[in-house]
Ligand binder design. Structure first.
Ligand SMILES: C[S@@+](CC[C@H](N)C(=O)[O-])C[C@H]1O[C@@H](n2cnc3c(N)ncnc32)[C@H](O)[C@@H]1O
Length: 371
C-alpha cells in the first residue's frame, strides 16, 4: 500500500460537514463529508497525522482493500490469498469485526467472521483475540468484502491527558465539533458555567494554543506492519510550539469535586495557567472583564441526572443570568430537551438536527451576540 488509499474519519452523524471543514483546515485536502464521517485519500503518514491532529474524529480507519465474494467458500478462499502482510503483523493479535448488509448473499456476519479469522490464523499465522490492540473491520456490501483497519485503537475522544472524568461528561470529540459549529476558532474568551470535568474549556484552550489532541497518547497504527517509528517521530516533531498569548478561559461549577477534577485535567494538559476554574453556582456567575466571547454549556438534562421540574427552574435562571450579565457574548447550550432550552428564554438561531451522544440525542442551541 505505497499508493494513496482511502482513509475514513469516523465522526458524529449530523456533524460530518463540520468535521470535513476541520480536516480541510488542518491540511487534509479534498476531505469529503459522507454519511457517518469524512473520506480522504492519503498515505500512512496521512493516517498518523489525522490521528494526531484532528479533534472531531472518533476514529481513523484505513481502507486496506477487499474483493467480491458471494458465498462463504469464496470469502474463505480469497481471505486466504489476501496480502495481509502489507498492513498486519502476525505477531500482533487481531480482533475481527464483520458487518453485513441485506444486499449481500453472505448475510450471516458470525459465519463470515469465523471464515476471516480462520484465514488469518491458518494462512497468515495471526492470533485472534477480542482484546487485541488492532481491529480489522469488515463490511460486506453488495457482495463486496471491504477491509478497514481501525488505526486509532481507543476512541480518539481519549486525549491521553485527561485523568479525571465526571458524571455526565461531554465527549471531547463532540465538544470540539460543537465549538467549531459555534464559529469558535481559538481567538476569543470561552466560559462554561457548569463545566463538570472541564471538557469545553479544555478543548477551547487547546485549540487556542494550537496543541495537537493526540500528543500524549498511543495509537493502534503503532502495531501495524506499515509503521515506521523514525518517520513518525519526525512527524510528531512537526507540532508547533504552543501559543502562549491566549484569550481567557473560565470554568465554574457548583460541585467542588468537579472543579477539583477540571483543575487536575488542566494541569495534565499543561494548561493550568490558561484556564481559571472556580467553585461557584450559576447564580453567582460574574461577567469577566475584557472583550466578550462565547458561553458554552451542557447543563444537566434528561434521565441522566436531575428532575425535569427543577431543571426548568435551572434553565430559566441560566437564561436570566446570561441575558442580564453577558450582553455581547454568544451563548451555546447543548441539551437533549428542546423544552428546557426554550425555558432559558434565550433568542436562539435556527438549530441543526440533533446528534447522538451516548444514546441521547443532543442539539446545539446557539445565539448571536446577546442584545
Ligand atoms: C452534564 S454536566 C456537564 C459536563 C461537562 N460538560 C463535562 O464534560 O464534564 C452538568 C454540570 O452542571 C453542574 N451544575 C448543575 N447545576 C448547577 C448550578 N446551579 N450551578 C453550577 N453548576 C451546576 C453539575 O454539577 C454538573 O457538573
Amino acid at each position: 500500500m505505497s499508493a494513496a488509499f482511502e482513509i475514513f474519519l469516523q465522526g458524529a452523524p449530523g456533524l460530518e460537514e463540520i468535521l470535513a471543514e476541520e480536516a480541510r483546515e488542518a491540511g487534509f485536502a479534498h476531505a469529503t463529508p459522507v454519511p457517518g464521517g469524512v473520506t480522504l485519500q492519503g498515505q500512512w503518514t496521512t493516517v498518523w497525522r489525522a490521528n494526531l491532529k484532528l479533534r472531531g474524529a472518533n476514529a481513523v480507519l484505513a481502507r486496506i482493500g477487499g474483493f467480491p465474494a458471494s458465498h462463504l467458500a469464496q470469502l474463505d478462499k480469497r481471505a486466504r490469498s489476501f496480502d495481509w502482510s502489507e498492513v498486519l503483523r502476525p505477531d500482533v493479535p487481531i480482533r475481527v469485526e464483520v458487518v453485513t448488509s441485506q444486499k449481500s448473499k453472505i448475510y450471516h456476519a458470525g459465519a463470515a467472521q469465523e471464515r476471516i479469522e480462520r484465514a488469518l490464523t491458518e494462512s497468515f499465522g495471526a492470533v485472534i483475540d477480542a482484546g487485541a490492540p488492532v481491529t480489522l473491520k469488515t463490511r460486506i456490501q453488495r457482495d463486496y468484502v471491504q477491509f478497514s483497519v481501525d488505526t486509532s485503537g481507543e476512541g480518539l475522544h481519549k486525549r491521553g491527558h485527561k485523568p479525571a472524568v465526571g458524571k455526565a461528561p461531554m465527549r471531547e470529540t463532540l465538544a470540539a465539533l460543537f465549538l467549531r459549529q459555534t464559529g469558535y476558532r481559538g481567538n476569543e474568551p470561552v466560559l462554561d458555567p457548569m463545566c463538570g470535568s472541564g471538557t469545553f474549556v479544555l478543548e477551547a484552550a487547546e485549540i487556542a494554543a494550537g496543541l495537537w489532541p493526540g500528543r500524549d497518547r498511543s495509537f493502534a497504527f503503532e502495531h501495524l506492519a506499515s509503521f515506521k517509528p523514525d518517520l513518525y517521530a519526525r512527524i510528531r516533531a512537526e507540532a508547533p510550539e504552543p501559543l502562549t498569548d491566549l484569550p481567557d478561559f473560565f470554568g465554574s461549577d457548583r460541585n467542588a469535586g468537579a472543579i477539583e477534577m477540571a483543575t487536575r485535567n488542566a494541569e495534565a494538559a499543561g494548561l493550568s495557567g490558561a484556564i481559571r476554574f472556580r467553585h461557584r453556582a450559576l447564580s453567582d456567575l460574574e461577567r469577566p472583564a475584557g472583550k466578550p466571547g462565547l458561553v458554552i454549556v451542557n447543563p444537566p438534562y434528561g434521565a441522566r441526572i436531575g428532575d425535569r421540574r427543577q431543571l426548568f427552574a435551572l434553565y430559566g435562571r441560566m437564561g436570566e443570568v446570561l441575558r442580564e450579565r453577558f450582553r455581547g457574548w454568544r451563548a451555546a447550550i447543548i441539551t437533549s430537551d428542546g423544552g428546557l432550552a426554550r425555558a432559558s428564554g434565550l433568542p436562539f438561531l435556527p438549530t441543526t438536527p440533533p446528534v447522538d451522544h451516548g444514546g441521547i440525542r443532543v442539539t446545539l442551541y446557539q445565539t448571536a451576540p446577546l442584545p
